[in-house]
Design a binder for this molecule. Structure first.
Ligand SMILES: C[C@@]1(CC(=O)O)c2cc3[nH]c(cc4nc(cc5[nH]c(cc(n2)[C@H]1CCC(=O)O)[C@@](C)(CC(=O)O)[C@@H]5CCC(=O)O)C(CC(=O)O)=C4CCC(=O)O)c(CCC(=O)O)c3CC(=O)O
Ligand SMILES: NC(=O)C1=CN([C@@H]2O[C@H](COP(=O)(O)OP(=O)(O)OC[C@H]3O[C@@H](n4cnc5c(N)ncnc54)[C@H](O)[C@@H]3O)[C@@H](O)[C@H]2O)C=CC1
Length: 212
């Protein structure tokens, strides 16, 4: 299982089934600006609500082959083992396919995730124990506070400036220093560092080492 983080913006996502498992997967997919279609005769009320709010499209019937053709990513989440296997058979090897009750029939599985802005911590047990993934996620939620969101934005901004303005050989050192965590809970320190950085970005200094 090779872990990757996929950009789903603008991609077509098809979810077959509208029960609790489909709901859980869709809840996270909604943050990704994907075009989500749910195909299911019955859905939980939250999915119905999202359809009303135009956050996704719900097609109120059983899944057909043609529904799957244009999808970049497919989640087979019906409560029928046979239907879920049939969905997997209809897909092309070029599509991303998750089968919630028979993971081996698909080509990806969904991890447990903690998000703190740009920080994404994902946990998988390669399908061995989703419950353990969930409990490790809870430990990570405790350890990685909401402060990481601001901190990551700070690191991102500094890194963008470094990448644009400083020669490559100095960047790694500079960036490593910022991750010593002394900045993490200190928003004021982040702010004044950024100010200092902007000061030294005067053109005459740009190609000079800033730590000398
Ligand atoms: C392989 C995988 C495929 C996939 O779904 O992508 C898969 C498969 C299966 N799950 C089953 C059961 C449960 N799944 C959960 C929970 C989660 N399951 C998730 C992912 C995955 N589940 C993928 C592997 C992840 C990994 O590598 O660890 C999470 C992490 C992500 C998400 O779904 O969003 C989410 C936690 C979300 C959170 O963090 O909150 C719970 C606990 C609960 O619901 O509280 C239970 C009951 C307890 C138990 O069984 O452990 C069953 C048996 C069904 C049956 O008995 O019929 C199968 C089928 C099988 O194993 O064959
Ligand atoms: N991967 C995971 O994390 C987990 C997977 N599971 C598995 O996931 C399956 C689904 O679980 P729930 O969502 O709780 O079931 P559920 O019974 O709440 O929902 C099933 C949904 O599938 C729809 N459906 C049935 N036939 C269909 C068809 N031909 N076309 C389209 N939609 C159809 C139903 O209308 C319903 O909306 C379970 O059978 C279980 O084996 C269960 C727990 C966790």
């Amino acid at each position: 299982m090779y872990p990757i983080h996929v950009n789903l913006s603008g991609k077509t996502v098809v979810v077959a089934g509208g029960g609790l498992v489909a709901y859980r997967k869709i809840k996270d997919l909604l943050n990704e600006e994907a075009k989500i279609t749910v195909i299911s005769p019955v859905v939980v009320k939250e999915i119905q609500q999202w359809h009303t709010e135009k956050k996704l499209t719900w097609i109120e019937r059983e899944v057909k082959r043609a529904d799957l053709e244009e999808a970049f990513l497919i989640i087979a989440a019906t409560n029928s083992k046979e239907i879920n296997s049939w969905i997997a058979e209809q897909t092309s090897p070029k599509q991303l396919v998750n089968v919630v009750d028979q993971p081996d029939l698909g080509n990806f599985i969904v991890p447990s995730v903690v998000k703190r802005g740009k920080l994404i911590l994902s946990v998988s047990t390669s399908g061995a124990s989703p419950s353990l993934s969930k409990s490790i996620k809870k430990e990570l939620q405790q350890k990685y506070s909401e402060d990481y969101e601001t901190y990551l934005d700070f690191l991102f901004q500094c890194r963008s400036i470094f990448k644009k303005e400083f020669p490559e050989k100095y960047r790694k050192d500079l960036l490593t220093k910022l991750t010593d965590q002394s900045f993490l809970y200190d928003v004021e320190k982040q702010r004044s560092y950024k100010q200092e950085l902007l000061k030294i970005l005067e053109p005459k200094l740009v190609n000079e080492p800033i730590n000398e």
